[in-house]
Design a protein around this ligand. Structure first.
Ligand SMILES: NC(=O)c1ccc[n+]([C@@H]2O[C@H](COP(=O)([O-])OP(=O)(O)OC[C@H]3O[C@@H](n4cnc5c(N)ncnc54)[C@H](O)[C@@H]3O)[C@@H](O)[C@H]2O)c1
Length: 271
């Protein structure tokens, strides 16, 4: 979608981190912004900042694990802006546990990170198809969608699912000659609140959760740096978005192992 000016960007997880970076960058490019997030107070803060910058902003409190709530989010988007052109299924959480760990951990992460993306596509794509474009979907996965990081297997499983279904969607759009495009975003380490994800876990008191950032990590990018890469990819209809290039080589080596029958590649993070 080369021309984004005046078009509507819908961003789940838009109140913080990468989603808020999208909103700032897309707003500066002339887009109208619809933010969805589970954190009502952060949404209000984000909206105040963005409208202070002169952008046209709407907000909606939504839990992406709830299909009906995401449908209501789509209704609110179409009611406010009359359309949706750039859908960013971005809300996500992480929890540390072993593969044999708590099923509650598994379920929460899969619910947000996999089902959240499915719900976004299910609620918005039929309307975007009906409108006949232009439009583009960006699904936020991770390098954990390309490689098997230890200690976060539910996250790895959900993000591999996001990478897989985004490829299916690419082919489905291509087969029907759709004007809609799709990209999958696979970042490495980005300066956000992801390490305090449990603040949004049902039953958890957010004031008990530490704010644990990736401070000083060598490969750390800002959300706005990632958003610039994403916007360029949307304009060019580029599917794969890997803002941290060294992971592309690791993903390739990992895939090569399938032919060479070697062990999975241990992911290397530049700390
Ligand atoms: N930060 C990184 O290093 C990194 C790397 C790769 C991928 N990602 C992905 O980027 C995306 C954005 O995360 P971030 O790093 O900006 O973290 P973040 O915690 O700063 O932002 C995530 C946002 O999602 C929202 N959210 C959480 N659960 C929700 C739910 N059930 N419904 C609606 N909103 C919900 C949060 O309130 C928050 O605003 C995630 O999908 C994450 O997996 C992050």
């Amino acid at each position: 979608m080369e021309n984004v000016d005046g078009r509507v960007a819908v961003i789940t997880g838009g109140a913080s981190g990468i989603g808020l970076g999208f909103a700032r960058t897309f707003g500066a490019a002339g887009m109208k912004i619809m933010l969805g997030d589970i954190e009502e107070a952060s949404l209000a803060t984000a909206a105040a900042e963005l409208s202070g910058s002169g952008y046209d902003v709407g907000t909606f409190v939504v839990d992406v694990t709830d299909a009906a709530a995401v449908d209501a989010f789509a209704d609110a988007t179409y009611a406010q802006f009359g359309g949706a052109h750039l859908l960013c299924n971005n809300a996500g959480v992480v929890e540390r546990h072993d593969v044999w760990g708590s099923l509650e951990d598994w379920k929460w992460v899969i619910d947000v990170d996999m089902w959240g993306v499915i719900h976004g596509m299910h609620s918005f794509i039929p309307r975007m198809r009906e409108a006949g474009g232009p439009g583009h979907i960006v699904n936020t996965a991770s390098t954990a969608g390309l490689l098997g990081f230890p200690g976060i297997s539910s996250y790895v499983a959900a993000k591999h699912a996001v990478v897989g279904m985004s490829q299916s969607l690419f082919h489905e759009f291509a087969m029907e000659g759709s004007p809609l495009g799709v990209s999958v975003l696979c970042p490495g380490v980005v300066d956000t609140q992801i390490n305090s994800s449990t603040r949004n876990r049902p039953g958890v008191d957010p004031s008990t959760v530490d704010d644990n950032k990736f401070e000083g990590w060598q490969e750390l990018l800002t959300p706005e740096q990632v958003a610039e890469v994403v916007l360029a990819a949307v304009r060019e209809r580029q599917f794969w978005i890997l803002p941290h290039e060294h992971y592309g080589e690791q993903a390739l080596a990992n895939a090569q192992g399938r032919i060479e029958k070697s062990d999975p590649v241990m992911p290397r993070v530049n700390r």
